[in-house]
Design a protein around this ligand. Structure first.
Ligand SMILES: *Cc1c(COP(=O)(O)O)cnc(C)c1O
Length: 336
């Protein structure tokens, strides 16, 4: 990883439908950095993307939505768990552009309509449950919904679970370019970028963008959903496919693909004690609200890895606040 903004995308770079008037703020978090006893800490505030309650998923949706519109689609179809930020942001994108939206959730309908599930309903999505706790049940149901819409004369556009597709990844390649400019403006050069990992699309984009733009930092992910080995393989596939889509043969080296296990707690979407402690620390040091599903667990991971010397020698660390705030308001201890 070397050079500075030394890569120019091809002119047939995939189109973006503007949802995010970038850049999102890049802000110092001196008190939190100090409380953690580590390097200077800066935070990229993708939680503050103004569209549809924000979050990292909006970046990918700019490209996905442009593709759907170009294809002449009339219905977006996507899915994940009921607390999914991706599904909520997609429902907002559909509402914004006058498309229909079908949301497929794994499992069965929870007793309470809250958090992103509530918002997705509010945004006008048709909601289906697979009644199967297996997450891959969503993948089959998406195909079935697509077939049903086509049979009725509609034109569905299927977005994979969690938005993990090459176009989604490219949204985060753009985030790297945006952040490099901001770092230069602020006179900082982070040695390391830390973020939460779910499907892996965001980390894939950051790794690819960092290679393409010649960023010198190391990018590290904390997995909050799948075992690291599984998500690493997925990130490799996604990054390669996204590079191809950009006309590049860039591959991510295994040594650069860093995902840490150990911070999921009892499971995806279930708050952990370490995550809650990190949530409280960020709130009280900075007035900064993280989310319990992704960013709090990522900060907990950063905190523990820092304690065992993982970031020794780093002068500045950049933490990505990827959003997820609707989950802060989900009642604890209920069904997921
Ligand atoms: C989806 C999500 C992530 C993880 O992004 P992936 O691309 O799925 O790895 C992190 N934070 C929040 C708030 C998210 O919604």
């Amino acid at each position: 990883m070397r050079g500075q903004l030394d890569w120019q995308p091809r002119t047939d770079e995939p189109a973006r439908f503007p949802l995010n008037p970038a850049p999102t703020p890049l802000l110092p978090a001196a008190a939190l950095g100090e409380a953690l006893g580590g390097p200077a800490l800066w935070i990229k505030r993708d939680d503050l993307i103004p569209f549809g309650l924000g979050g990292n998923k909006v970046r990918g949706l700019e490209l996905i939505l442009a593709d759907a519109i170009e294809e002449g689609a009339d219905t977006l179809v996507t899915g994940a768990g009921p607390l999914s930020n991706h599904v909520r942001a997609t429902a907002a994108a559909a509402a914004h552009t006058g498309l229909r939206m079908v949301a497929v959730y794994w499992g069965s309908a929870p007793r309470r309509l809250e958090g992103n599930h509530y918002l997705t309903a509010l945004l006008g999505a048709e909601i289906r449950f697979t009644n199967d706790a297996d997450r891959t049940s969503v993948d089959r149901a998406l195909e079935q919904e697509g077939a049903r819409i086509r049979a009725a004369g509609g034109h569905p556009y299927l977005i994979p679970r969690g938005g993990a597709c090459p176009l989604g990844v490219i949204g985060h390649v753009h985030a790297v370019a945006e952040t490099l400019v901001q770092c230069r403006q602020n006179g900082i050069l982070p040695d390391c970028v830390v973020m939460a990992v779910g499907s892996g699309a965001t980390l894939a984009g950051w790794l690819l963008g960092s290679r393409l733009y010649g960023a010198s930092w190391r990018v590290e992910g904390i997995t909050v959903s799948r075992p690291a080995a599984e998500v690493r393989a997925q990130i490799h596939r996604l990054a390669t496919a996204a590079a191809e889509r950009l006309g590049s043969r860039c591959q991510i080296d295994d040594d650069d693909l860093i995902v840490h296990d150990g911070f999921i707690g009892a499971g995806y979407g279930i708050p952990s004690a370490a995550g809650d402690a990190a949530l409280e620390l960020a709130a009280r040091c900075e007035g900064l609200v993280l989310d319990p599903t992704y960013t709090a667990k990522a900060l907990a991971g950063y905190r523990e890895l820092l304690a065992i010397g993982r970031f020794k020698g780093c002068g500045t660390v950049l933490f990505i606040h990827s959003g997820g705030l609707p989950s802060v308001f989900v009642q604890r201890g209920g069904e997921p």
